[in-house]
Design a protein around this ligand. Structure first.
Ligand code: C2E
Ligand code: MG
Ligand code: MG
Ligand code: MG
Length: 284
């Protein structure tokens, strides 16, 4: 092998790259098979209205891959590879189908909950995407308000013009939209002027520090005001304790989500959790 000429270090390096490339190919192959075998599963994390009663106002669907050998794999460990190989469309299609099926069964069981699904950059580039969402809603006989779609700032900035047009279309269908991880991208206030979204999800980097760091607290407080003056609701991510929740309440934050309220759980556990909590009525 050529690298052998460079001595031991060069050889190790070349082998390392080989291993990495091979691991990636194996993962892709297994993910393709996994998709066709239905190995993707959703966990759900509740969102609550900030206030005395902690009424539930929705859940977020978070994908996991139930790998036959490696066990449960988290999204940060396979979505990047899926995206790089153009498999994200298939992942999102599978996730949306699972989510809509679950909404249908929750509604049938008297739990009128809405579910938020995370989108990726390839979804916002796909002109067929809105029609696919529409046909899913029709297949499961769901009102569009039962679905919320989350898009991160960085995804929005990748192809802003296309993204804006597509989001406008989705919102025109009556689907709720949220900006995810708000405050971590390089986006400016410019796009907030024109973005057709209902909710801003303030990233947990700010939320988790708001009781200990005055600057984070100032950012949380002023982002609440900014969102409200633009007619958007604000959702605080990563709420891990009661002190944070109390502070969010004081600042007028609308919705909270985080381990301190509920961790993401499988569908059966989420169903039990929902049954023991008050559900806020689904907004039309
Ligand atoms: P995200 O959409 O911002 O989701 C929040 C992430 O933070 C989740 O991690 C959740 O488990 C975690 N989290 C929630 N509350 C807390 C908390 O109080 N403290 C801490 N430390 N973490 C908390 P998860 O499930 O590993 O997902 C990571 C990211 O993967 C998501 O971030 C989202 O960007 C992406 N993702 C997940 N599911 C999907 C999907 O179906 N499609 C796409 N395109 N992306 C997805
Ligand atoms: Mg999200
Ligand atoms: Mg987020
Ligand atoms: Mg995130």
């Amino acid at each position: 092998m050529y690298a052998a000429k460079n001595g031991h270090d060069g050889l190790t390096f070349a082998t390392g790259l080989d291993d990495q490339a091979r691991a990636r190919l194996t993962m892709l192959e297994e993910l393709r098979t996994g998709l066709s075998r239905g190995e993707l599963v959703l966990h759900y994390q509740p969102k609550v209205l900030v206030g005395a009663a902690l009424e539930v106002c929705g859940v977020e669907a978070l994908v996991r891959w139930q790998h036959p050998v490696r066990g449960l794999i988290y999204p940060d460990d396979f979505l990047y590879t899926a995206e790089s190989a153009d498999l994200m469309r298939h992942v999102t299609a599978a996730v949306l189908d699972l989510a809509c099926r679950q909404i249908r069964s929750w509604h049938d069981e008297g739990l009128p909950i809405s579910v938020a699904v995370n989108l990726s950059v390839s979804n916002l580039r796909d002109p067929e995407f809105p029609a696919q969402v529409a046909s899913l809603l029709e297949r499961y006989d769901l009102p569009p308000s039962a679905l919320e779609l989350e898009v991160t700032e960085s995804v929005l900035m990748t192809d802003a013009d296309h993204a804006l047009a597509l989001l406008g279309q989705l919102r025109g269908m009556g689907i709720k939209l949220a900006v995810d991880d708000y405050g971590t991208g390089y986006s400016s206030l410019t796009y907030l002027q024109v973005l057709p979204v209902d909710d801003l999800k303030l990233d947990r980097a700010f939320v988790s520090r708001c009781t200990t760091d005055p600057r984070s607290a100032a950012i949380v407080q002023s982002t609440v005001q900014l969102a409200h003056s633009l007619g958007m609701r604000i959702i605080a991510e990563g709420v891990e304790d009661d002190a944070t929740l109390a502070m969010l309440h004081e600042y007028g934050c609308d919705i909270a989500q985080g381990y301190g309220i509920a961790r993401p759980q499988d569908a059966a556990t989420t169903t039990r959790w929902l049954r023991s909590h008050q559900i806020a009525t689904l907004a039309a």
